[in-house]
Design a protein around this ligand. Structure first.
Ligand SMILES: [Zn+2]
Length: 448
């Protein structure tokens, strides 16, 4: 009875938020098992509409297409996007209003900004329809783990998932109630707070837990250290940060269920969700085109590179070939054993935008550390690399009980090889400092 009431309330709240949401959701869900050829065809259709719109209505693209001598029909498929230059976040920040379409129909939009962990904050607009597609693809993605709309969820996160420092507004509380979400704050990860979070989870008995992997891992450690009894949900959704192998293991052990990783960006519209085969994250094709490109900007079908996004449904601020600042690994073949025809994002390595400087005047990109910690990361739960001065590099590690201290020398050797002038200090610490949004910043450069 209660479950039925919950579902009805959830249905009404979603329709109030975006009239026609369930129609959008059904369309998105119906595409879950479509063949690759069908998905590609549909994607080409919406790409053509978007390009036609952008070249005609968006000043930035109108000017660019005339400068490059491009007509909308020149970009008929994702491969043709190579005619356009890659767009950086800095360029969007610099050109600001010229990305806003001039047509009045685009008046309904939501404004957001990229977080402080991602370099220069960038303001973006999302149309109401784009946000409906975003939520619908998210529900479909969670559905790979068995989620159904209205299922109870406990969220442990910070600002980017709508958890603030103070008391939430009544609108937010009403929204959480309708979506059956209980929020716990990653701003407070003190021991009394963690114990109260465990009690909340045991009281709510959620179908799913969702949150930042860094925060979920601290909670998982508390459960294990205290040998606490904790409710086991059907799955844990991890999002917004890099999920390191050690984090996945701790969280799965503490909660007695599998972790399903998710990847999504508001500004680029890309998203991908892990299925129960756990071979990677299935890339959504309806809201954005996700491409992985090499150093020269050439799209890869298999391998590691920068994640580039082209928005398909956000008519409030189209971004074409937008460099998300993330590094990912793609594998177009073989398809997943679950049978879904969507291509797999094998792994999100992390952000490219963080840079360290050497006394010799070279730049070392953040993904050097991402690679290194994937290789040497056994027993490392979390890490943070801090450039204190041009000579001083501090590496902070939060380690598990199976951590082999010999790895410290190996890390020092690999990092020192990047610059003979660096003095590398490696410290094992109990916890890392979180950002103002309660996320973990893996690389922090204090001199930039
Ligand atoms: Zn799969």
């Amino acid at each position: 009875m209660m479950a039925r009431f919950r579902r009805l309330a959830s249905h009404a709240a979603h329709e109030g938020w975006y009239p026609g949401f369930h129609h959008v959701l059904r369309t998105i869900q119906a595409a879950e098992w479509r063949t690759k050829a069908e998905l590609d065809l549909r994607q080409r259709d919406i790409l053509r509409s978007m390009i036609t719109f952008a070249f005609a209505e968006v000043p930035y693209y109108r000017e660019m297409s005339s400068r490059l001598g491009l007509r909308p029909e020149d970009i008929a498929a994702p491969a043709d996007l190579a005619f356009l230059p890659i767009l950086t976040r800095g360029e969007v920040v610099a050109a600001k209003e010229s990305f806003h379409p001039q047509r009045r129909q685009c008046a309904r939009y939501h404004e957001g900004a990229t977080g402080g962990t991602a370099g220069t904050p960038m303001c973006y607009r999302l149309s109401a329809y784009d946000r409906a597609i975003m939520l619908a693809t998210m529900y479909r993605g969670w559905g790979y783990a068995g989620f159904r709309q209205g299922d109870s969820t406990v969220v442990l996160a910070g600002r980017s998932l709508g958890v603030g420092r103070g008391k939430p507004s009544w609108e937010r509380r009403l929204g959480d109630l309708a979506r059956n979400v209980t929020k716990l704050s990653a701003f407070d990860m003190s021991e009394p707070a963690l114990d109260s979070y465990i009690a909340s989870i045991n009281r709510v008995k959620p179908a799913f837990i969702r949150g930042y992997p860094g925060a979920l891992q601290v909670l998982a450690d508390r459960v294990i250290d205290r040998k606490a009894t904790v409710w086991s949900p059907r799955g844990v959704f991890s999002t917004s940060e890099n999920l390191l192998p050690q984090m996945r293991e701790s969280i799965e052990n503490a909660f007695g269920c599998r972790v399903f990783d998710g990847y999504g960006l508001n500004d680029g519209g890309v998203s991908a969700y892990e299925c129960s085969s756990h071979h990677g994250l299935h890339i959504d094709t309806e809201r954005s085109i996700l491409q992985i490109v090499d150093e020269q900007g050439v799209p890869l079908t298999t391998g590691i590179g920068r994640i580039i996004a082209t928005t398909l449904t956000n008519y409030a601020m189209p971004l074409l070939r937008y460099d998300t600042g993330d590094v990912g690994e793609i594998d177009a073949d073989p398809v997943c054993t679950c049978g879904r025809p969507r291509i797999l994002l094998k792994k999100v390595w992390g952000r490219t935008t963080d840079v360290l400087l050497t006394p010799e005047g070279a730049k070392v990109h953040g993904w050097f550390f991402l690679y290194m910690f994937w290789d040497l990361g056994k027993g490392i739960k979390e890490y943070q690399v801090v450039q204190e001065t041009v000579r001083d590099i501090s590496i902070l590690l939060v380690v598990a009980s199976d951590f082999n201290v010999a790895v410290i020398d190996e890390i020092r050797r690999v990092v020192s090889a990047q610059s003979p002038g660096w003095v590398v200090r490696i410290q094992v610490v109990a916890s890392l400092r979180r950002t103002a949004g309660a996320k973990t910043k893996f690389i922090e450069n204090k001199i930039l």
